[in-house]
Design a protein around this ligand. Structure first.
Ligand code: NAD
Length: 491
């Protein structure tokens, strides 16, 4: 499996062999030959050729194909979960309990959404015309995805696009391409016509930029880091493509003095360690009322120390490795620099030895004493690291929560209904949880404010983003000389 173009697997044109590596032990899962601009061209041509028929298929046909796809994904759930765990180092409990069932549910959701393309208006607004709104697909969509949830990101990009009648070329992250290729194959098996879903594996600056610049691509949907998002926007602007950006996050986790501390501690541990902290909505900065600070830090430190690192394929494992040794070294670098600048590492701050030494593991790490303007509080670490800072007043908590360039997600922990409502209003983020952190559902949108981007994934909001609005205006008078002509000529 290298590239999936026009309904079939083929090798990449670059001749560059990439070893997909299991980060748990450094072994090679498989080798593939990466694609380059030639593969991007072929995939766009296949998507363009498939567009007329797919875009005109009755919604019920697209819906039926997606329902069949949901069934196939469900039947192959174990195979998807194991491949995802091997290529990304995710614990098998996470892939079987979250990544794969979430993808099946998303597929079923968009199978339903495919039959709900609605225009908002149909009326005689001018008195002399009937105006109607049509929602139409956009054309060939190019999507570029990150490595942290390879299967779910492929699904979040492909499903709304094809449900709305577009065709797509997806470029997954080069280090985790396997489940996206399997997903594309499953689309064909479900009866989705050849060329509707294509996958080009390759490097961002090569295959990715070729897609962004391609004149036949009408929309670009990107999930990844904010710096690459800026580049995506810049290249897409040259050919005026629609741009959809889901970028980085630095989610605050605000614990007020009246919070249920046991719930907040458990929520912080689960919310910061999910996917080994490589989650754009993960809890990364806990702001805790000064009166509960010590209690919170002690509770999180105890639970962090009890988390079991291990083989991702072992159902007893809580925490797997990071996605790569490079990512592990990046996380360790953030922690070391924080330590050098006076922060205290309460637990963690190191890689485990022994049987895990060959993997990209890093212990859950709790940091106190970091300054609000320090790197570890401001920048995305993307690892199992939580910084905890104290606050004294509600207003101070909201100010601190909003004091990064990001605005993807946040949570507030309180038993006070009014305070909870104020937190939702005051925190600038695309999602604010109250007394929880992380849950997502297919029916609700996921997407950011500020430097976390714009555009929504999942939900009917995402479905609509993959359509364009057309106003159709019909004259209903049959009059040759219309009154408004007099503003142009008097005859
Ligand atoms: P990344 O930005 O490095 O890469 C993302 C994708 O972009 C990859 O497929 C990569 O090959 C490609 N790419 C890189 N340079 C490119 C270029 N010049 N042109 C075109 N494509 C290019 O991100 P990553 O390290 O893979 O993933 C982690 C990042 O993704 C984090 O910042 C995280 O917050 C973000 N993320 C956001 C969401 C969200 O929904 N907002 C979800 C998951 C991950």
């Amino acid at each position: 499996m290298h590239q999936y173009i026009g309904g079939g697997l083929r090798t990449g044109s670059s001749g560059v062999v990439h070893h997909v590596t299991n980060p748990a032990d450094g072994t090679t899962v498989t080798d593939l030959v990466l694609g380059d601009e030639r593969d991007a061209d072929q995939a766009v041509a296949a998507a363009r050729a498939a567009y007329p028929e797919w875009s005109r298929a009755a919604p019920v046909e697209r819906s039926a194909a997606l329902h069949r796809l949901a069934g196939i994904l469900d039947q192959r759930a174990r195979e998807f979960a194991e491949t995802e765990s091997r290529q990304a180092g995710k614990p098998i409990r996470l892939t079987t309990g979250f990544d794969v069932p979430g993808t099946v549910d998303n597929t079923a959701f968009f199978a339903g959404a495919a039959r709900h393309l609605e225009g908002r208006a149909c009326a005689e607004y001018s008195g002399d015309h009937t105006s109607a709104i049509r929602r139409e697909p956009i054309g060939v969509v190019a999507s570029i995805a990150p490595w942290n949830y390879p299967l779910q990101m492929a699904a979040w990009k492909i499903l709304p696009a094809v449900a709305a009648g577009n065709t797509i070329v997806l470029k997954p992250a080069e280090i985790t391409p396997l489940t996206a290729l399997m997903f594309a194959q499953a689309c064909t098996d479900a009866g989705i016509p050849d060329g509707v879903v294509n996958v080009v594996t390759g490097r961002g600056p090569v295959a990715g930029e070729a897609l962004l610049a391609h004149p036949d691509v009408r929309m670009v949907s990107f999930t990844g880091s904010t710096p690459v998002g800026r580049r995506v926007m810049e290249i897409a602007s040259r050919t005026v493509k629609r741009v959809h950006l889901e970028l980085g996050g630095k989610a605050p986790f605000v614990v007020f003095d009246d919070a249920d501390l046991e719930a907040a501690v458990h929520g912080a541990v689960a919310g910061s360690l999910i996917n080994t902290g490589q989650d754009c909505t993960a809890a990364t900065r806990a702001y805790v009322h000064r009166s509960r600070f010590e209690e919170f830090v002690a509770g999180v430190a105890d639970l962090y120390a009890s988390v079991k690192l291990g083989d991702p394929m072992d159902p007893a494992t809580d925490l797997g490795p990071l996605v790569s040794h490079k990512q592990r070294d990046s996380v360790a670098g953030f922690v070391e620099r924080a330590r050098t600048h006076g922060a205290e590492i309460v637990v963690g701050g190191q890689a485990p030895g022994g049987g895990l030494a060959a993997g990209a593991y890093y212990r859950p790490t709790l940091v106190t004493g970091a300054a609000q303007d320090s790197e570890i509080v401001q920048d995305e670490v993307f690892g199992p690291v939580l910084a905890v800072l104290p606050f004294d007043t509600d207003d101070e908590a909201f100010t601190l929560a909003n004091d990064t360039p990001y605005g993807l997600a946040a949570s507030a922990w309180t038993r006070d209904h009014h305070r909870a409502l104020r937190a939702v209003r005051e925190i600038a983020a695309g999602c604010v949880w109250i007394n929880d952190h992380i849950p997502i559902i297919s029916e609700m949108p996921h997407g950011g404010y500020k430097a976390s981007g714009f555009g929504k994934d999942m939900s009917s909001y995402s479905f609509e983003e993959y359509t364009q609005v057309k106003h159709a205006m019909h004259d209903i008078t049959g009059v040759a000389r219309k009154p408004w002509h007099r503003t142009i000529f008097e005859l």
